[in-house]
Write a protein that binds this ligand. Sequence first.
Ligand code: ATP
Length: 476
Amino acid sequence: MRPVRSVTDLVGSAGLILPTAIIPLPMNQPTQIHPHTLSNWLPPLILAPTRFELKTIRAELSNLGIPASFDCIGVGPGAVWRWAQSSASTQTARSPAGRTVILAGVAGALDPAFAVGSVRSASMIIGAGSEFSRPSPSYMPPLQSSRTTVIASVDMTCSDSKRKQALRKQTGAGMVDMESAAFAALATERGWNWGVLRAVSDDHATEIPKWMNSLVHNDGSLQVATLATSILFHPSRIARLAAVGASARRALRELSGELAILLTKRHPRRRTLIFGGTFDPPHRRHAEMVAAAAKFLDCDRVVIIPTGHSPLRDGHDAAPNADRLEMARRAFGEVHGAVIDPREMNRSGESFTVDTLREIAGERSANRDDIVLLIGADQALQFDRWKSWREIDHNLATIAIVPRPPLAAAKLATQLAEKFSRLGEDGERWEMAVLPFESVDLSATMVRNRLRANEGISDLVTPAVEDWIRNNGLYA
Ligand code: ATP
């Protein structure tokens, strides 16, 4: 999954058409009540020094259907630190502790046995000052040692074979690059679950001409003017550039294949988002928030569960079950991967989420990390009134919360943290996350009130839901 960057990112895949008034503005990373929860949900982050490397890896992984976020961190150690501070990279550089973050790209071979296209994962990184770091042990499934190597990370391009030889002698490293050491220091500081994967683009004997080094900006983009001038004055360089480009592309294709295997092992995608509600009637924000949450949390299945008789409903008589069910079908029909599950309506007596979650866990042999329960802020703040709420949180589902007025995400997180730490027993850990979505003032009560006042509702519900309400005289 890509990080949420724009409104189209949030709603695009669901194909929803939303009135501007209620479009959620993505903010930044989710606010965690518990620091270990969200890192498990976020897709792995792949960082590459140049845009060329990033584009190639991203295209390959997307062809293979592997979900990941991507960012370009620039060339050389200085660029890595600038990237870490830059506001443009807030989403990725501030990734929470525990997130899988992999630095990937091409490198030079120091080991004569490494041909162009060989892919190795760093077992250790030796920096320019001989400091060394080791990737997080949990970063990968155990790798055969033949698939790993020591990487020497230097400050300046190591492009001639003599220097490569000397570096090999001095460090014993199999590959050389310029970003691993800075990345390792940053990743360790941030507590990421990190690793480095490199593919050989120039072998131990290949000389990279000096003029090539000036073709890429520090930020990883191509120096177009320099390239044009270089080719204009030295047309023979075109052939050399084409050869280097071809080797790099080949190396990156190999690397992407390895990355795909690694990520599939680490991130099996079997996560279900559960969204229950009275949906009396379902309004635009319901569909919008569930679509955005499924995308944000990388859930491949969405189950919408209209409640039966809910003990927490205060006041009004709900529309008949059959109408609420049909309206839910109409409202959530366009949410990617969504199914409507009427089990609570079919149950006699009072309806409790804990029973539903127990059933679902049994049916799917799912554990707590596979199920995400989506609720609004109002429900989150009174979560301790839910039946067996501790069991839900501890055993059955990870809880994701969408802010709702009067509180914005940050304030809501503070209130929840305070409330639940007070309720907590010794050593108890709360694993809830407030999603970084806009707090949107829209409720089913507003829809019903407007209808009673004979006012329009087309900005609050979809046309299909409005048709059903009007044709059946609901909430009149
Ligand atoms: P009512 O106004 O009748 O109380 P509602 O708008 O809260 O209804 P429900 O069907 O009760 O709708 O809500 C289902 C879930 O969606 C609940 O968890 C609720 O908190 C959440 N929800 C509904 N509207 C919003 C919203 N605008 N922002 C965030 N969460 C919401």
